[in-house]
Design a protein around this ligand. Structure first.
Ligand code: GDG
Length: 493
């Protein structure tokens, strides 16, 4: 039963994420002079994955609409019920840019950048998590399933459970969960675990992430864990009754809508665009590609260093090989990201200054976001895809490249520190910190014989098409609702 003071909503499935699947824009002025609202669907992977389910189950999506200091009433967009959560500009700075992106993000990515620990931003994180939890609780029907996403909302599962013990609560962490030695730095390490353990199922990208999480729970709370099951006392801290809840912490590697990517790649105009891209670059023998948000976790600097040394060593020639690097703008108000942009652009400028000729540019660098069609044309055009992340939850770019290559060609160079490496074992796997090893891998990719390319790509494509994003969400939800049924004593077939 729900506790007396919490209102109960009407939706049987509620998804909660920091950003809504729609972006707000100011529309034209209405005749009475008031501004109208225009909503555009942001076609992210998560929306694609959950759209059919949201429609068929009449689900609701709770999240921030992308503009600060504005309140919006719930509405329906494309058959999905949208519940906007208000954030002030100050909260955005403290909860989102501060605690989420300047504390948790670097901490969870192996402290590649130094995490900032500030008590004020933590307070804002708690306040905003409460607001998301309240909005989700008010939307969820009795006994509904609520699926909370990502590191910005780790306190929401517990807050929800306290308000609404009737709910089935899932959480999925899109980024890595760090080893205990790193996680332990967090001043609020116990509060975060307590927050997450409010869920029935906690999903991670990799087996290792789920293991790191369970280890942290054992170290900080001493709860017994058996495989994927953690026994959590129902009244933590007191627990004298000995009653426990079963929480599942397990890996569910996220994926993409592989068929949609392949379909796009088969469109004649996209193939024509791919040919045009190669031609505009002077038809290099080998086109290499990097596609990343401009983020220090993506190892863009390491990639550029390896490429520069290959040119300097004359193992590659600028007349033959071009690297296209798309670095899409990201978190531009966070200092570390401003510094990273300067660093990368300095490196690109130097490398081009040293190696480009009038007719051949070594790195074609683009600090832009592109339409999805253009990304697919770039994947199609690229002989070698470079994913050199220093740490990455999954890395969907690697899977998108594979899905697009219906021609069975193309070579993927993939960091073992990206979650995708657990599945995509037929890529050329690298340790991006090992510059010599990375150079060898890039050279190997450039000269790889066609037969080997095809053999590897066929195996990679099987992986990506077998575990697509629909399979991912189905598997998570099956575990979640199955798990709840087990707890309620419902026999499972
Ligand atoms: C987080 C985790 C995990 C990039 N630039 C453009 C563009 N993109 C698209 C890519 C891809 C997505 O953005 C990036 O996804 P990634 O998985 O590579 O990385 P994160 O953004 O860091 O995502 C990650 C993911 O969550 C899912 O759980 O895999 O590990 O860090 O889809 O194609 N798309 C367009 N224009 C661009 O310029 N249209």
């Amino acid at each position: 039963t729900a506790s007396a003071e919490s209102p109960v909503g009407t939706f049987s499935l509620v998804v909660v994420s920091n950003r809504l699947p729609v972006d707000h824009e100011d529309g034209p002025e209405a005749p009475d002079g008031t501004a109208t609202d225009v909503w555009r669907t942001s076609p992210g992977g998560l929306v694609t994955a959950l759209e059919p389910l949201m429609r068929s189950s009449g689900g609701a999506w709770v999240g921030w609409p992308g503009v600060a200091d504005r309140s919006f009433e719930p509405f329906t967009n494309d058959g999905i019920n949208i519940v906007p959560v208000r954030l002030s500009a100050e909260e955005l700075e403290e909860y989102y840019e501060g605690f989420s992106n300047d504390t948790l993000w670097p901490l969870y990515h192996d402290v590649i950048a130094a995490p900032a620990f500030h008590r004020e931003t933590w307070e804002a994180y708690v306040t905003v998590n409460k607001r998301f939890a309240a909005a989700a609780a008010a939307s969820a029907a009795l006994g509904a399933t609520v699926w909370v996403h990502d590191y910005q909302l780790q306190l929401v599962p517990r807050m929800l459970r306290e308000a609404r013990p009737d709910l089935v609560i899932g959480f999925f962490n899109h980024i890595p969960f760090p080893p205990y030695g790193i996680y332990a730095q967090l001043p609020w390490r116990k509060q975060i675990l307590h927050g997450l353990l409010g869920a029935d199922v906690i999903g991670f990208q990799r087996l290792a992430d789920a293991g790191n999480f369970s280890r942290a729970v054992r170290r900080l709370y001493g709860y017994p864990t058996r495989g994927v099951v953690i026994d959590v006392p129902t009244s933590e801290g007191q627990g004298r009754s000995g009653a426990t809840r079963r929480v599942i912490a397990k890996h569910f590697p996220i994926s993409i809508d592989a068929v949609a990517y392949e379909e796009m790649a088969r469109r004649p105009e996209i193939q024509a665009r791919a040919r045009q891209i190669r031609e505009d670059l002077g038809n290099p023998k080998t086109l290499m590609l990097g596609v990343d948000r401009l983020d220090y976790t993506k190892g863009i600097g390491h990639r550029i260093k390896a490429f520069g040394e290959l040119l300097a060593d004359k193992r590659l020639n600028v007349e033959d090989v071009t690297l296209v690097q798309v670095a899409s703008p990201s978190r531009e108000r966070v200092e570390t990201y401003k510094a990273l942009r300067d660093e990368i652009e300095l490196a690109v400028g130097r490398l081009n200054g040293d190696f480009s000729t009038i007719s051949h540019t070594a790195i074609s660098y683009h600090h832009h976001g592109y339409p999805r069609e253009e990304m697919v044309a770039l994947y199609l055009a690229a002989d070698v895809m470079l994913v050199t992340a220093l740490r990455d939850g999954m890395n969907l770019v690697a899977k998108e490249y594979v899905a697009v290559r219906f021609d069975g060609d193309g070579v993927l160079v993939l960091s073992e520190f990206a979650g995708a490496a657990d599945e995509l074992k037929q890529a050329i796997l690298i340790n991006p910190h090992d510059i010599e090893g990375t150079k060898d891998a890039i050279e190997r990719a450039v000269v790889m014989p066609k037969r080997e390319r095809t053999r590897r790509m066929r195996a990679l494509r099987k992986k990506v098409f077998d575990n697509d994003v629909a399979a991912w969400s189905a598997s998570f939800l099956r575990t979640l609702t199955g798990g709840a049924a087990v707890q309620a004593g419902i026999p499972q077939s």
